[in-house]
Design a protein around this ligand. Structure first.
Ligand SMILES: O=P(O)(O)OC[C@H]1O[C@@H](O)[C@H](O)[C@@H](O)[C@@H]1O
Length: 315
């Protein structure tokens, strides 16, 4: 992809430009009055989002991430599609599907009447994708950069027969310190505890993280909140088209084992994923589409300061 051509076709003066990013991947850099963001055209992945009034990024992005064709970038918002987790057919295809490790197309860029930047990236089937997953599709991701970050993943079935998908925004949020984090909004829901032999459990109260956590919450349709006391902020997650929430933190052993994470990275990341996963499989008829939406908004919470908790500025 030619950066000059991308800028000529899709750049927006003073607000949106294409640059050569890590690994030589084209990155889209956005700076407007409300926020700044970086999006990788490879993987269709938001890597960074920082509202103008926040000293800290919303996203965790690993310093050890790979930027290599065929590999996933560790951090930001990887797109899991058309399956979440292990290959559902046991054919040895990559975990979390095949769109987080290939180049997407730039479909359009623009600015809304409110001054938000919009970027739409897309993927359609090719003989190569059909060899992996034998369906015709048109997948598009509309990313809106404003006071909040809004993501809309639209799957259109362009085939002559129905197909079935699972999917997720596998979002890596940056947290001040994992010991001071709570996830609200999951109380009373059933979950599958993948860190405990896929045992079926019931959530009571908020979720705090003090060991490996890998959970699939069913019927999670309401607003979720990540209370991040160390950064004096709350991340509010609202969604449409999702019935599943995934909460994942690898903790110390897995962090150390993953070559694209530093040993102690588990202390500053938390994945809370807006998904359709496990039994929550989506059927899409020919000529129909399905829309998965996630919105991330940061609220500042000074009550922790008033209670004496030290804020952490991590840049
Ligand atoms: O592929 P990544 O980005 O390393 O993420 C892997 C993790 O992704 C999570 O979504 C799963 O719930 C975990 O089971 C899995 O280990």
């Amino acid at each position: 992809m030619n950066i000059e051509q991308l800028n000529a076709d899709y750049g927006i003066d003073d607000q949106l430009k294409f640059v050569e990013g890590a690994g030589g991947f084209p990155f889209i850099k956005i700076d407007n009055d409300k926020a700044s963001a970086v999006i990788s055209v490879y993987a269709g992945q938001v890597l960074s989002f920082q509202p103008a009034n926040d000293p800290n990024n919303l996203m965790f992005l690993s310093e050890a991430a790979y930027y290599q064709p065929g590999k996933a970038i560790k951090g930001g918002v990887p797109i899991c599609w058309p399956w979440f987790g292990l290959d559902p057919d046991g054919l040895g295809r990559p975990a979390h599907g095949f769109v987080r490790n290939r180049f997407w197309n730039v479909v359009r860029t623009g600015v809304t009447a409110d001054g938000d930047a919009i970027v739409t990236l897309g993927l359609i089937d090719t003989p190569e994708t059909k060899a992996i997953w034998p369906h015709s599709f048109n997948l598009s991701l509309e990313i809106t950069i404003g006071e909040s970050l809004n993501l809309e993943l639209v799957t259109r079935n362009t085939d002559t027969r129905p197909f079935f998908i699972t999917q997720a925004f596998h979002t890596y949020f940056k947290v001040g310190h994992i010991n001071q984090v709570a996830v609200l909004g999951l109380d009373g829901l059933d979950y599958i505890d993948k860190a405990d032999n896929a045992a079926h459990k019931l959530q009571t109260g908020t979720v705090s993280i003090g060991a490996e956590v890998d959970r699939i919450y069913r019927k999670a349709q309401g607003k979720l909140v990540i209370d991040d006391a160390a950064q004096c902020r709350r991340i509010c997650i609202t969604s449409q088209g999702s019935n599943t929430a995934v909460v994942w933190n690898p903790w110390a052993k897995i962090s150390a084992e993953m070559a694209d994470l530093k040993d102690d990275d588990y202390q500053r990341l938390l994945c809370v994923e807006t998904a359709n996963a496990d039994l929550d499989v989506v059927e899409i008829a020919p000529d129909s589409e399905f829309r998965l939406v996630a919105n991330y908004r940061i609220e500042h919470d000074l009550s922790h300061v008033l209670k004496g908790t030290q804020p952490v500025t991590t840049g």
